[in-house]
Design a protein around this ligand. Sequence first.
Ligand SMILES: Cc1ncc(COP(=O)(O)O)c(C=O)c1O
Length: 268
Amino acid sequence: MSNGSEPFELASLITAHDEGNFADAVVPPIFQTSLFTFSDYDDMIASYRGEKVRPIYTRGLNPTVRAFEEMLAKLEGAEDALGFASGMAAISSAVLSFVEPGDRIVAVKHVYPDAFRLFGTILKRMKIEVTYVDGRDEEAVAKALPGAKLFYMESPTSWVMEAHDVGALAALARQHGIVSMIDNSWASPFFQRPLTLGVDLVIHSASKYLGGHSDVVAGVIAGSKAMIARVKAEAYPYLGGKLSPFDAWLLIRGLRTLPLRMRAHETR
Ligand SMILES: Cc1ncc(COP(=O)(O)O)c(C=O)c1O
C-alpha cells in the first residue's frame, strides 16, 4: 500500500487488496445492486443501529463506489471522499452543507458557469449572498472575507484559466475561521493537491480528467473525515445525487491512467 509520500505510486492505483474487494480482483467487481441482504435478524438490527459499517442500500453505501472514493482520497491526500452522480451534484451538496439563509459566500470570479448559476438562483432564493473577488488579488480577497461563511475557489478557473495562489488564499480563509473549498477539476490531484495547501474541501467534476474517457458523468469531494461526515449528514442523502456502481467502476479504470494522461496533456 502507499505510505502516502507518493500518492501516484502503483499501489494507490490498484484496489485489489483493499478490504471491500473480497476476491482480490485486479479490476474490482461492479456491485450492481440497490439492496443488500442480512444473514439473520440480529445482523439486520445491528446494521440499522449502525453498530457495524456495511452496505444496506446503494444510496447509502456501495462497495464499488466506496473503492473509488478510497482511491480518490489517497490521491488527494484526504482522510475521506464521497462520490456523486455529477460534478454539479458534488458542488451543490458541498455548498449547501455549509450555508444557511442570511449567510454570505465569497467566491472567486470565473467559477464553472453552472456553479455561478446555482449561486444566482437557488442560493439567492435561500437569501444567501455571493460576493465575487479576483482570486489573483489577495488584498481584495482579504477584504471580502470577514463575516463570510464560506470561501469558494476554483484554480485554474473555467474558460479563462486564471491560476491563483491556492495556499495563500486558503490561509486567509483560515485566519478568518471560514471554511474553504475548491473545484480542482482542471488541475486534478496530479498537478494540485489543495488539501496539502490548507484548503478544507476539494471538489471534482469526475466527468473530466478523473474519468478521462468521456464516458461517465460523475463528481466527488475529498477532505477530512469531519468535513465529509458533515456533507453526508446535511445534504448528500436528501439531494440524492449518488454515484452509481458502474460509473464508479469506470472512474476506477480512469484513475489508473491519470498520471500517464496528465503527463501527456502537459507535454502537448
Ligand atoms: C470545472 C468544472 N466544474 C464543475 C463541472 C460540472 O461537472 P458535471 O458536468 O460533472 O456536473 C464542470 C463540467 O464541465 C467543470 O468543467
